[in-house]
Design a protein. Sequence first.
Length: 85
Amino acid sequence: MTPSAGRWEFWVDRGGTFTDIVGRRPDGGFETLKLLSEDPGRYADAAVEGIRRMLALAPEEAVTPGRVACVKMGTTVATNALLER
């Protein structure tokens, strides 16, 4: 795989306890981050917060298509609920 024209790519797994984010930088290198899925005192959404941190955005800066090529997200919340009944 090759980097997407100077933009980041993100893969997110939102779990019941933690949200894991993998980001591929424009130079092709990878970064990872693990956040609590729910932490209302610090952020409204773990996936968005993780992306913002990896992009090193200031609070007022927007996440834009010029910086992000794609975000792919999966969840284990429903699967775990079914497995654990």
